[in-house]
Write a protein that binds this ligand. Structure first.
Ligand SMILES: [Zn+2]
Length: 289
């Protein structure tokens, strides 16, 4: 946060310096756009192949083959979910929330890609449908499905409240992944990474630019759906913040489960279009040497 009372006086040309127009850091005009019409054709008549129910204040994993779809559905009541994605064949390739934010903005919507970490930096999944796309940005600057926040975790709880909270999203995801890997959470937790905050309504306060949350507008039946660009393991935590309108990292907020539905195309639209999973980033990794 900036000092309320700066220690240095403004220069005489302060107004002119402030008036300089901003430019977008990473213009995405050169990015090939997601082929949403193709994905829509592939989705027509898709067959539901399974579902995973994520209990309140818990995390669960699910697998999504490349070229298929997964949908996160609100059930029972307003609930926020923290999403992690890994390459199913290599956990070191994982969702990179920061670069996704740099490319697509603070909140994602249809057509936006969820990008992977270095050195692959490629689309892992593409948002194809969002029943909350009507929300846009509200008068507070809040929007839905952010890639700003990190995930609620026991370390920050220790820092701020002096005691840990074990059913936070970081620990929920660590336990779910640890169970799959057959190892203790402490050996696995480094694979847990910054999330896509599904259904969460967030922004930055106008005065201090602090990260804020407000009660999610999601209602049972709403969904956010993705196309898997590569073979994925997904991890979803039903955040202990519930609707995230008040507290998180405690047992005080009413919480609900979330549902993940898996869909597989039944037509040849992808094959006919010559669709294949995106290759890893083309950079040769020589770093100037
Ligand atoms: Zn959380």
């Amino acid at each position: 946060m900036k000092l309320a009372a700066p220690r240095h006086s403004a220069p005489t040309d302060a107004a002119a310096r402030r008036a300089v127009e901003p430019v977008v850091c990473y213009p995405v005009d050169t990015l090939p756009p997601a082929d949403l019409p193709l994905y829509a054709r592939a989705r027509e008549g898709a067959r539901k192949t399974g579902e995973v129910r994520v209990p309140a204040r818990e995390g669960r994993l699910f697998e999504v083959p490349a070229g298929t779809f997964f949908r996160i559905v609100s059930v029972e009541g307003p609930q926020v979910g923290d999403l992690n994605l890994w390459n199913a064949a290599d956990l070191s390739e994982r969702f990179y929330a920061g670069k996704t934010r740099a490319l697509h903005g603070t909140h994602v919507g249809p057509g936006d890609r969820l990008w992977s970490s270095f050195p692959t930096l490629r689309p892992m999944a593409t948002v194809v449908d969002d029943t909350l796309d009507w929300y846009g940005y509200d008068d507070f600057g809040g929007g839905v499905h952010d890639v700003i926040g990190t995930r609620c975790d026991p370390y920050t709880a220790m820092l701020l409240q002096g005691e840990p909270y074990h059913h936070c999203c970081h620990s929920n995801l660590a336990r779910a992944l640890a169970e799959r890997m057959g190892a203790p959470p402490r050996e696995i937790e480094a694979h847990v990474h910054d999330v896509l905050n599904v259904f969460m309504c967030t922004g930055f306060t106008r005065d201090t630019q602090q990260y804020f949350m407000k009660e999610t507008p999601v209602r049972p039946g709403d969904h956010l759906e993705f196309f898997a660009e590569i073979d994925l393991i997904g991890g979803l935590s039903a955040c202990p913040g519930g609707a995230c309108g008040d507290a998180h990292s405690s047992d005080t907020a009413p919480c609900h489960p979330l549902l993940v539905e898996l869909y597989e195309p039944t037509n040849d639209a992808l094959a006919e279009a010559g669709w294949t999973p995106p290759p890893p980033n083309a950079y040769d990794r020589s770093h100037g040497t």
